[in-house]
Design a protein. Structure first.
Lengths: 341, 311, 266
C-alpha cells in the first residue's frame, strides 16, 4: 500500500502532507503529556519494532507467504497516538533508505497507514474488547476485526486518493497526468486486494500476537490503559475539530488546486500532449493561444515566458562556467580544503 | 550428571534417496532473505557513498533540499521530452559520480514498468477509460452487455490512455531514480544529520535517529530467532504451527523492544537526559555547495518555464 | 565545583529494599557505605540484586524502603528534580551498562561521546575537544563516524566506557563489564580501570567474574541469593572463604578458583 511518487499530483501530496503534519503535531503533544520523558526511547523503539514487523513473512493457506503492516497491532499495544508516531517514522525510514513509498507521497502514506489505520483499528478493538478481562476472548477477536477493518479503511483512503487524480488532473482531452483510474475503478480495486488477502493477514497477525501475549505476558496488553490514566485533560479536542474541518475542506482544496493547474496546463496540452517533433513550431502557435488570449495579455505573456526561459538558461550556464573555472583554479592551486561533515 | 538413554544414542543417518520432495516457499527462508537484504542494502549504499565522486562530495543538506525540490518539479512537468531530458542529465551526473549503473538504471527500469505497467495497462483501453481510439483491436457488431455493465462495440487502445500510461511510468521511474541516486551517494548518517539543520524539532530527529539505530538491533534479534528456528526445523511443521511461531516471535520481539526501551531510557538518564535534547550541529556549507544549489534551483525553474512555453 | 559536595563518604545506603514485582524482592534490607576513591566489587550469582543496587546508586530507580545518601544529600526522585543537583549528580556519576546495545543509542559514535557533555551544558568546543581526547585515549579514533551497529562487542564496550568518561565522572559504575569480551579486551579494560583508579576515581563494579577482583578491588561485597549481603571486606579475606563462595553460588564444588591464579601479567 506504499504509494510511490508519481501516482499522486504534487498538489494532493502537499495537502495530505499538511494534514499529516497537523496530525503529527497532535500526536507529539498528546504523547508528550501521557508518556513524559520516557517517550523518546519508547517511540523510537516502537518505530523500529513497527519497521521490523513489516518484515515478518507469515504462511497463508495457499502455500505462499504474506506480510502484515502491523499498524493495528501497534495501535492495540501502544495506543493510537504513539502508534501514529512510530508508524510515521517507520514510513519515513522506508521511503528515505529503502525506496518503499515515495518521498513526496509520504504525507499520503502517513495519512493512510499512520493515521487512519491505527485510529480505526484502535476504535474497533476498544469497542469489541470493552471492559472485559485481559484473558477474555473478546481481546483477540477485537484484534482480528481491528486489523481487518483498519487495513481495509486505509486501503479505501488510498483508493480515494488515486481515484481523485484523473478527475482533477488531466489535460483537456482527458489524458490523465497521474494515476489514471477514476473512483469507480480505483476504490473497488484497492478494496478488493485488501479485503481478500492483506486485510485477513493483518487481522490474523493481530489475533495471533494478542493470544500469545494473553498466554505469556498479559501485562503488555495493559500498557495502554496504564499510561492513559495519567493523561491530561481533554485539550486535544480543538485538534480533532481542526482535522475534521480539514477533512471536509480537502476535496474543495483539491478541486481548487486542480482547476488552477488545469488552467495554466490549459487547452494547448490538448493538441500537443507528449512530444511533437517540430516543437519549435509551438512558439509560433503561441500567439494564437486561446487561454492566454482570454486574459488579453497574450503578447506580453508570450515574450515574458520566453524571455524568462532565456534569462534562466543563460544564468544557469553562466553559473556552471563560473563553477567549473573556480573548481579548476582550486584544483590547480592544490589547496582543496579538508571538508568536515 | 546422568544423561537419559535417548540422549546418548546416535541419531538416525541422513536419508540420501531424496524422498519426500522439496517444500516451496519456506517462510523462514523468506524472512531470513529479507533480513539479509536490509543489512546488505545498508552496507552497500554505505560503501558507494564512501567512494570519491561529485555527488558524494556534496553536502547532505544540499542534497536533501535538491531532492525534494526536484521531485516537485518532476511531478509538475507534463512534457515527456522535458522529463526525459532531465533524466538524461541526472544519469550523466550519476555516471560522473561513479554510481553503479546496475543499481541506478536496471533496478528502477526493470521493476517500475512491471508494477506500474500492469497497474496502468487496463486504462489504455477505451472500455475502461473512454478516449480517442488510436488502434482498434476488435470491432463487434453491436455493443456488449454484461450484467449491469455495457461496453461500446469497438475495443481500442486510446491515445489518452497510452500517453497517460507512458507519462505515469516515466514519472514514477524518474522520481524513483532521483531518490535512488541521492540515497546511493549519501551516507545514511549524513542524511539524518542533514535534517538537524532544517526546522525539524529536535525531539523528532532524536527519535528518528534512535529508530534507525534500533532497527538494526531488532533486526538482528529477529534474525537470531529465525536462525534458531531454522536450526531446529526438520521440514515437518504444519502451517498452523508456523503461524504460531511467527506470532510468538512478534510477541517476543515486542517484549524485547519494551525492555530495551526501558534500558535505553536509563542509559539516557544516567548521562544527564531530562527531557531536553542537545545535539551537535554540522559544519557550515562551502562555496561549491551553494553553487550547486543555485544550479539546481535554476534548472528546476528552467524546466517549469519550458513546460509553460511548450504549453 | 569539585569541593562543594565532596565528603569522605560518598554513598550511604541505609536498610534499602526493592522489588520489581510485589512479593519478589530483589534487594532486602541492604546497608553499606562507600568511600571516595574506593575500588569496590560487588559479587553475586545471577539475579542476586547487584545490578539493581547499582541502578539505585545511580539514581535511576529509587528504593521502596530505606534511604540512600549521595554526596551527603538524600537521593530521591524529588531531589533529582532540582536542576542544579541533577546536573551536579549526573556529572559526578557515570554508568556503564551491561547491554552495550541499550547504552549506545545514538546514530554515530561521535554523537554518542558528545551526548553526556552536551546534556551537561558544556560548550561545543569543549565537547569536541573532549570527544577527540577520549577517543584517542580509548583507541576508538577511527570509529568516530561509524554507526554503533557495525562495531564488534569489544569496540562497543570501549565506546560505552568512553561515552561515560567524556563528562569526567568521579564515580564510575560498571555492570558486568567483562561479559562477552575476548581476553585481550578484558585485559585492556582492567588496565584502563586501574589507571582511572590511580587518578583517584571511585570505581564500583557488579560482576560474577571472580578473576577481575584481585586486579581492581580494595573491597569486596558478596550478595546472597536471598538478596542480602553475605560478606563485606578485603578481597583476600573474603575470597579465601571457599565455604562462603560455595554457599552464595559463585563457584561450583569442582571449580578451581584460587586467588592469584586467575590472570598472568605479561
Amino acid at each position: 500500500m506504499h504509494i510511490p511518487d508519481g501516482y499522486l499530483s504534487p498538489q494532493t501530496d502537499a495537502l495530505l502532507g499538511i494534514a499529516s503534519v497537523i496530525a503529527a503535531a497532535g500526536a507529539a503533544y498528546k504523547t508528550a503529556h501521557t508518556l513524559r520523558a520516557k517517550y523518546i526511547p519508547m517511540l523510537s523503539i516502537g518505530a523500529a519494532f513497527s519497521f521490523t514487523i513489516m518484515m515478518f513473512n507469515i504462511p497463508i493457506p495457499d502455500g505462499t507467504t504474506a506480510h502484515a503492516v502491523g499498524g493495528s497491532l501497534l495501535a492495540i499495544l501502544l495506543g493510537p497516538w504513539a502508534a501514529m508516531i512510530s508508524i510515521s517514522i517507520a514510513l519515513i525510514i522506508q521511503a528515505l533508505f529503502f525506496g518503499d513509498g515515495g518521498i513526496l507521497a509520504l504525507g499520503a502514506n502517513v495519512v493512510n497507514m499512520a493515521v487512519v489505520l491505527p485510529f480505526v483499528s484502535y476504535g474497533i478493538y476498544r469497542l469489541v474488547a470493552g471492559k472485559s478481562v485481559v484473558s477474555s476472548k473478546r481481546h483477540w477477536i477485537g484484534a482480528a476485526i481491528a486489523g481487518y477493518v483498519g487495513l481495509s479503511a486505509a486501503a479505501l483512503c488510498a483508493g480515494i486518493e488515486f481515484g481523485l487524480q484523473p478527475l482533477l488532473f488531466h489535460t483537456a482531452n482527458g489524458t490523465p497526468l497521474y494515476s489514471p483510474y477514476g473512483l469507480n475503478i480505483a476504490v473497488p480495486a484497492m478494496l478488493f486486494a485488501h479485503l481478500t488477502i492483506a486485510g485477513p493477514v493483518e487481522g490474523l497477525v493481530g489475533a495471533l500476537v494478542v493470544t500469545y501475549l494473553q498466554r505469556t505476558n498479559p501485562a503488555m496488553l495493559q500498557l495502554k490503559s496504564n499510561t492513559e490514566k495519567s493523561a491530561g485533560s481533554f485539550r486535544y479536542r480543538t485538534l480533532i475539530i481542526g482535522l475534521l474541518v480539514l477533512a471536509v475542506l480537502s476535496p474543495l482544496g483539491l478541486l481548487a488546486s486542480g482547476t488552477a493547474w488545469g488552467e495554466w496546463g490549459g487547452e494547448e496540452l490538448q493538441a500537443k500532449f507528449g512530444f511533437i517533433p517540430n516543437g519549435l513550431q509551438k512558439f509560433g502557435d503561441f500567439w494564437h493561444h486561446a487561454f492566454l488570449k482570454d486574459y488579453g495579455i497574450s503578447g506580453y505573456d508570450h515574450t515574458f515566458w520566453q524571455q524568462a526561459l532565456g534569462y534562466l538558461l543563460s544564468a544557469f550556464f553562466g553559473l556552471l562556467v563560473i563553477g567549473m573555472i573556480a573548481l579548476i583554479v582550486q584544483r590547480f592551486l592544490g589547496r582543496s580544503q579538508g571538508r568536515t561533515s | 550428571m546422568e544423561l537419559p538413554d535417548w540422549l546418548s544414542e546416535a541419531s538416525p543417518a541422513l536419508c540420501r534417496c531424496g524422498c519426500g520432495g522439496r517444500r516451496k516457499g519456506n517462510f523462514i527462508e523468506k524472512t531470513l532473505r529479507d533480513i539479509v537484504k536490509i543489512i546488505q542494502d545498508a552496507v552497500f549504499s554505505e560503501e558507494i557513498a564512501r567512494r570519491p565522486g561529485f555527488l558524494q562530495r556534496l553536502d547532505a543538506r544540499i542534497k536533501v533540499i535538491s531532492l525534494i525540490y526536484l521531485l516537485i518539479i518532476v511531478n509538475l512537468c507534463a512534457h515527456l521530452s522535458l522529463l526525459w531530458g532531465f533524466y538524461l542529465v541526472l544519469l550523466a551526473i550519476a555516471v560522473l559520480s561513479k554510481l553503479p549503473l546496475r543499481q541506478v538504471v536496471a533496478r528502477v527500469w526493470l521493476v517500475i514498468p512491471l508494477f506500474t505497467g500492469i497497474m496502468v495497462l487496463p486504462s489504455i483501453f477505451n472500455w475502461v477509460r473512454p478516449g480517442d481510439p488510436l488502434w482498434v483491436i476488435a470491432d463487434f457488431p453491436h455493443p456488449l452487455h454484461l450484467g449491469y455493465l455495457s461496453f461500446p462495440s469497438v475495443l481500442a487502445v486510446t491515445r489518452q490512455g497510452l500517453w497517460g500510461g507512458i507519462m505515469l511510468i516515466s514519472r514514477v521511474g524518474i522520481s524513483v531514480s532521483l531518490a535512488v541516486v541521492l540515497t546511493l551517494s549519501t551516507r545514511w548518517m549524513d542524511f539524518l544529520r542533514a535534517l538537524r539543520t532544517f526546522f525539524v524539532p529536535k525531539i523528532f530527529i532524536m527519535t528518528l535517529e534512535m529508530t534507525y539505530r534500533y532497527i538494526f538491533v531488532l533486526v538482528s534479534a529477529m534474525e537470531e530467532m529465525f536462525l534458531a528456528r531454522k536450526a531446529r526445523d526438520a521440514g515437518q511443521s504444519a502451517p498452523k504451527e508456523e503461524r504460531r511461531f511467527v506470532a510468538s516471535a512478534v510477541g517476543g520481539l515486542f517484549g524485547k523492544s519494551l525492555q530495551m526501551s526501558e534500558e535505553v531510557y536509563w542509559a539516557m538518564t544516567a548521562r544527564g537526559y531530562s527531557g531536553e535534547i542537545r545535539l551537535l550541529k554540522s559544519a557550515s556549507l562551502c562555496w561549491s555547495d551553494v553553487l550547486v544549489l543555485s544550479l539546481v534551483v535554476l534548472a528546476g525553474l528552467i524546466l517549469i518555464v519550458a513546460n509553460k512555453v511548450m504549453g | 565545583m569539585k569541593g562543594d559536595l565532596c565528603l569522605d563518604k560518598i554513598f550511604d545506603i541505609l536498610d534499602v529494599s526493592y522489588s520489581y514485582l510485589p512479593g519478589y524482592p530483589v534487594l532486602s534490607g541492604i546497608s553499606l557505605s562507600i568511600k571516595e576513591g574506593e575500588g569496590l566489587v560487588i559479587l553475586g550469582a545471577n539475579g542476586s540484586g547487584k545490578s539493581t543496587l547499582l541502578k539505585m546508586l545511580c539514581g535511576l530507580i529509587h528504593p521502596e524502603e530505606g534511604q540512600i545518601l549521595a554526596f551527603g544529600k538524600e537521593l530521591t526522585e524529588d531531589a533529582l528534580r532540582d536542576p542544579k543537583f541533577l546536573q551536579d549528580f549526573r556529572q559526578k556519576v557515570g554508568f556503564v551498562f551491561q547491554n552495550s546495545d541499550a547504552q549506545l543509542f545514538s546514530a554515530t559514535v561521535r554523537d554518542e561521546l558528545a551526548f553526556a557533555p552536551l546534556q551537561a551544558g558544556l560548550s561545543k568546543e569543549t565537547v569536541e575537544e573532549r570527544v577527540a581526547d577520549i577517543a584517542q585515549l580509548v583507541g576508538i579514533g577511527n570509529l568516530l563516524d561509524r554507526a554503533p551497529y557495525k562495531l564488534s562487542g569489544g569496540e562497543k564496550k570501549k565506546v560505552a566506557l568512553a561515552c561515560v568518561l567524556t563528562v569526567n565522572p568521579e564515580v564510575l559504575f560498571l555492570d558486568e563489564p567483562t561479559n562477552g569480551l575476548d581476553p585481550r579486551t578484558q585485559f585492556w579494560l582492567v588496565e584502563f580501570l586501574q589507571a582511572l583508579q590511580a587518578a583517584g576515581k571511585t570505581v564500583i563494579m557488579a560482576t560474577h567474574d571472580l578473576s577481575i577482583v584481585e586486579e581492581l578491588a580494595q573491597r569486596v561485597i558478596i550478595f546472597r541469593e536471598d538478596h542480602t549481603i553475605a560478606a563485606d571486606g578485603a578481597p583476600l579475606q573474603v575470597l579465601s572463604n571457599r565455604q562462603l563462595l560455595l554457599e552464595v553460588n559463585l563457584i561450583h564444588e569442582r571449580s578451581h578458583f584460587h586467588l592469584g591464579g586467575s590472570r598472568q601479567h605479561g
